[in-house]
Structure formats: C-alpha cells, structure tokens
Design a protein around this ligand. Structure first.
Ligand SMILES: [Zn+2]
Length: 547
C-alpha cells in the first residue's frame, strides 16, 4: 500500500471534507468553482450543485455569499461506502465493487467482455488499444485498455460506428456497468429481437467499458473518491484532503486543451503537463482515429461536418442527469456553439426524451477543456455526447436497476440506430408502436411520432423539428438505402403523432424482415424500426406484436 494511502486510511474523518449542496449557482459561478474545488455533480431540477468541501473551504465560500447546505443523503451514503470499502479485503473475489453487487470490478468487467468474445466469435472481438500509466511504468497492477467490437462479421454491408467509452473517471461507478450491460444486451438479443439484430449487420459498436482501469482499481481498494488516472508523478504524495495523484483524463485530450481545467497537479481537474500526456488518453485518441472517418478540419472551430456525416461517440460520466455536447471546452454563449450545434441538439433531445435528462452545452455545467467528446467531434466531425448519468457517484443499485440502466439503455439503442446519419435522421419521426399480422395479407399497424424531444430547462435552440408525419416507407430485408424492394404509403390522417395501417402487396415473399420508416412533411425520414414476418403469419394468422 502506498504511504499516502495508508496515511489517509489512518485518519478517517480527519482528512476528507463532506458533500455539500451549493444552491442557485449561475453557470459562470459553477464553472469557476469547478476549477477550484472537488465538483461531484448537479441536480438541475432542484437547482443545486454538489461539491466536497472541507470546513475552511465551506466557510470561505459562505463568506463570499454562496448558500451552502450539507448534503445529508450523500454524506450518509459516503459513510456507508467507506465502511464497505474498509471491508474490501474480506470481499476480494466477489467480482463486484464492495457494497455494490450491481457493479462489476475491473477484472470482472474484462472477464465478461472476454466471455462475450468467446461466446459470439462471429459477432464480438476483444482487443487491447493501449496500456495504462501503471502498465507503462511496469507495475504489476497495470492494465491495458480493452475494447469489445460488436458487429456481424459475415454481413457485407457498410457499418456506421458507435463508440461508447466509460469510467474515464474512476469513481463514477455506474458508467462501466452501463457499457458492459449494453454489450451483453446487444449480443444476447440479436437473434431474438429483429430491431436489435439488424444493428449488428449495419453498425459497428465499440465498447470501452473501463477507460481508466488504474484509477478504478484504486476505488476498489478503498480510495472511493478517486477520479483521475494513476500517474504517480502528478501530486505524488496526495494533498491529504481527499485528493489523490493523477491526471484528469477528461481534461487531457489534445483538443481545446489548456483552459477550463486546472494547472495544479493536486486538483481533481488537473489537465496534465502537455496535451494528451497520458497513455490512456493517447490510446483512446488513436483508437477513435482508426474508427471514425475524418469529416471535419480539426484545425478550426467553425467548419461543420457535412449533414451526411456518420458516427457517434458517447462518453459516459456521472452525475447530473444531463446530456452534454460540444463545444464543452469553450465558454461564452451562442457565438461559441459548435458548427453542427442545432443537429447535435436534435439528437441530444431524442436522448433526453428517453433518459429524462437536461440537454445542452454552456447552459448546464459550464465549460471543461480537453475532453474526449470535444476531441471526437472536433477531429472527426462525429456526433459526440457526454452522458452525465444518474444522481450519485456511488449510485445505489436499486436506483441503477430501476432508472439509470434502463433509461440509458434505451438512449444507447437509439444512438446505435442513429449512427449512420446522426445529423439527419433524428429529426424525422420515430416509430413508437409496430405490429405485424396476417389479415388479408401482411398488415403493418402502429404509430409514428415526431414529438419525442426533451431538453430540461434549456432554452436554445428554441425549436424542435416537430412536424406532421405524412408518409410510411417499408423496405424488404435491408435498410431503405440498400433495399431493392420498397413500398411507400401515405398516412391516412397526417399528424405529429399518426397511426398507420398498411397492407403490403400480396406477392411478397413468405417470410422476411421489414424496415419501417416514417417521413415528416419536410421530407425527412426518421430512424427505422424493424420487424420480422414469417410464413407462420400466412398459415395461422399468427400475430407478432412489438409495442
Ligand atoms: Zn466524469
């Protein structure tokens, strides 16, 4: 055990501050506080931000006029967590983080990904994209960063990429589990849910579940609030106020590096000595460069990616119940919006509808320079988002199972669908209900909806692309842009939400897969929903329902 960690454990209660709520912060105030103090997250509905402050920090801020209350709930959770981590040595080998049966350890995460690659050899490939700082230093505990690539190797079709990276910040427990479960869901469901199965034929989904394994191992060993990587040369001794060594990997990217981050090595938002100084940062940056097309000049901040750009990057963090998008590393107001700002907002608000998160940029948390999301969008022009999931670093398993996982699962499934045209198709209608039956022929009924946007209290851009659904398009066996057989039907009663009842031609094959798309009155088709029909329908009138 490192000397400083031993010192921390010998002085429980004496070296940490406590979680507090700072109320009614302006965005600029929040941005300034984030650079100086240990920012945990925010509750935008209740109007407070959570920081960990010691008594001196708190009284200083109170004298400056900030309204601060002790966060009793999170303080209690933290005390419980510390008790659990003190028992950690007794629980080694459980495969989950002490106190949290729902969150796999680094080793268990990697074992799961390896098991998936072994169980689905044609659909999942596990590879290593680079070493951690500890591995580079030759430490026995050092890891390499793994990525599981999910796609059907036998599919000849182009595959638009979705990359999901989690646990870049070690203490954000829920994020790695979301990424791991998403991989499990895709592979387990591909053969039984045609609306997931087609994604493996036409998408390439890259899961980096543990982007900072060195840091996460420290969390597992009892340094529960560890955030950064484990670069021992940065703040080598820790500063005995709950801050551990390391560099903030989400301030270390080479894009918009240097501002809205800290130059203090002991800060939780220490950006590192130079851009992309850390092996974990380089591993992910090089990997993204190998996956994404180059669709934007990285040398400027004004050129948009083309509307037809493909690819999505999602960086999973916690906690604030927010979806954030570029530029994360520029302050100011709308003049510093990303050139694809409005389209980024549209897809972001589709996510927001599913996870009930606020969606925006500068309005929400204030800027952060050198983030992975700005790198992905800035370098490659892909649609890139930070999901600040949940309401806690140490999110309870009960709330994780009830809300954090299912809500973000649905948002990630939408991301997989949207990865081919993320700046276009999310503006079109969604298919919210779809049934196939045999009734005088193969009959499709359901509902298309162009109203499913949510943004929280954000005011701009002011309008969502809500318009009337006017047309349904059906493609046989392939997405419409690849299919040789397609049918178009006008919607009987156009509306922002419209029901449809379509009888397909009688001479269609006895079984197949139908890609169903709705088109709005601007001519924009939305994301496809996919259903299978079989000769069972013809023979028996069997009805398949996917509400
Ligand atoms: Zn984070």
């Amino acid at each position: 055990m490192k000397r400083w960690l031993a010192a921390l454990l010998l002085l429980p209660g004496a070296v940490w501050g406590e979680p507090v709520r700072i109320h009614d912060l302006e965005t600029g105030e929040l941005a300034a506080l984030r650079e100086r103090y240990d920012f945990w997250g925010a509750d935008w509905r209740a109007g407070y931000a959570v920081f960990d402050l010691d008594a001196g920090q708190r009284s200083k801020l109170e004298r400056a006029g900030f309204r601060i209350t002790t966060d009793l709930r999170r303080a209690r959770e933290l005390a419980d967590w510390r008790r659990a981590t003190e028992q950690a040595d007794l629980q080694r080998g459980a495969g989950t983080i002490p106190g949290f049966a729902c969150y796999r350890t680094v080793d268990a995460t990697h074992a799961t990904l390896a098991d998936l690659a072994a169980a689905y050899p044609d659909r999942a490939t596990l590879s290593e994209i680079g070493d951690t700082w500890q591995a580079d230093a030759g430490a026995a505990v050092g890891d390499s960063i793994g990525v599981l690539v999910i796609r059907n190797a036998s599919s000849p079709h182009p595959k638009a990429p979705l990359v999901i990276a989690a646990a870049q910040h070690a203490r954000e427990l829920a994020t790695a589990e979301i990424a791991t479960r998403f991989a499990e869901l895709l592979l387990a469901s591909a053969d039984i849910d045609p609306d997931i199965g087609w994604l493996l034929d036409h998408r390439e989904i890259h899961i980096i579940a543990q982007a900072n394994p060195d840091g996460r191992r420290q969390v597992e060993l009892g340094a529960g609030m560890w955030r950064k990587n484990h670069n021992e040369t940065a703040c080598a001794a820790g500063n005995l106020s709950g801050t551990w060594p390391g560099i903030d990997l989400n301030r270390n990217s080479s894009f918009l590096w240097g501002s809205f981050s800290s130059s203090d090595a002991c800060s939780q938002t220490y950006r590192g000595p130079v851009p992309a100084s850390e092996p974990e940062t380089l591993a992910i940056q090089n990997y993204l460069a190998s996956v994404f097309d180059d669709q934007r000049p990285a040398s400027d901040l004004e050129s948009p990616a083309p509307a037809e750009a493909r690819g999505i990057f999602i960086s999973l963090h916690s906690f604030a119940e927010m979806v954030l998008f570029p530029w994360e590393g520029l302050g100011g107001q709308n003049e510093n919006n990303a050139p694809n700002h409005d389209a980024l907002a549209v897809l972001g608000r589709r996510f927001g509808f599913l996870n009930d998160y606020a969606v925006g940029r500068w309005q929400l948390l204030g800027p952060a320079g050198g983030t992975a999301v700005d790198f992905a969008y800035g370098e490659f022009g892909v649609a890139a988002y930070t999901f600040e999931v949940g309401t806690d670093f140490i999110q309870s398993c009960e709330s994780f199972e009830a809300a954090v996982w299912p809500d973000n699962r649905d948002a990630l499934l939408l991301a997989a669908k949207a990865a081919r045209r993320p700046y276009l198709e999310p503006a079109g209608p969604e298919i919210t209900a779809l049934q196939v039956a045999f009734s005088g022929g193969v009959r499709l009924t359901g509902t298309a909806d162009d109203t499913r946007f949510f943004r929280g209290n954000v005011t701009e851009p002011p309008d969502d692309p809500v318009s009337n659904v006017v047309e349904m398009r059906i493609a046989l066996d392939l997405p419409e842009h690849l299919a040789t057989e397609t049918w178009t039907f006008p919607v009987a009663v156009p509306g922002q939400q419209a029901d449809f009842d379509l009888l397909l031609p009688l001479d269609i094959p006895s079984e197949g897969t139908l890609f169903v798309t709705a088109v709005d009155d601007t001519g924009q088709p939305g994301l496809a929903r996919v259903v299978e029909y079989t000769d069972l329908i013809h023979a028996n009138g069997f009805e398949a329902e996917t509400p």
